[in-house]
Ligand binder design. Sequence first.
Ligand code: GUN
Length: 296
Amino acid sequence: MAIVIDGKAVAAELRDGICKEVAMLKEKSGKVPGLAVVLVGENPASQVYVRMKRKGCEEVGIASYQHLLHAETSQEALLSLINKLNASPDVNGILVQLPLPSHIDERAIINAIDPRKDVDGFHPVNVGKVVIGDEDCFYPCTPFGCQVLINRHVNDLKGKHLVIVGRSNIVGKPLANMMVQKNKMANCVVTVCHTAAQDIAYYTRQADVLVVAAGKQNTVRGNMVKEGAVVIDVGVNRIADPDDPSKTILVGDVNFDEVSKVASAITPVPGGVGPMTIAMLLSNTLKAFKLQNRRA
Ligand code: GUN
């Protein structure tokens, strides 16, 4: 049976370290890092994520500024808010919760965020820095959380075969770019497979480390995983509870019962990657504060 990777515990440990550092910075400079979170509309999942981000900030002493805008907010109004946040000295990090309503051009909004405040790591400047291995950047929070969990469960990643299922801009593509770098936290041989693959199992069976971010329940079954692999499940799917159809439960993209019999370690859903995403956001906000307060 696989070890169940406790993302909640690792995230709590990281928050503890961030909390101590924030307190130290406050004593030294009288200032604390600040994160602005912008939510447009009433997407229920986004509302939950934004609430969790605020709670995370509160726990570590980061100031959080919430901007909850109605669903009809114009692109111009949103751009004008971004410009204000870019100019505000109290705001070190800016996060615009995605997805945005369809009348707003997501790319135009992301491009308007000052790359030095782009704690999501979605701005092309940060994407480019990740690709070329410039560490003076922000790594997107979910792949960053995956990288930390992988490093805790694999001793020497050098030359290990990392297979990623899913090619999104938020998880699959940035994770591939991070894990192929020649550094201690990475140095993997990376394969990205996706919906155009004729036989996903052909790839997943070769993985020493398998990350699944496909957005679909049961994308990976027990017979698709190599004995002893480390499996990271990024999926979050809300389904009817098989024991009580009046309720819903969260499941990942991996069939946990089957795969935990084959893998050496596996993340649960919930309690695996999810809490790590928030912890990495706090870590990025602290990094932004330090970079912006660095003496020239
Ligand atoms: N929506 C889903 N994941 C994310 C994320 O990591 N950041 C933002 N801003 N929106 C998201």
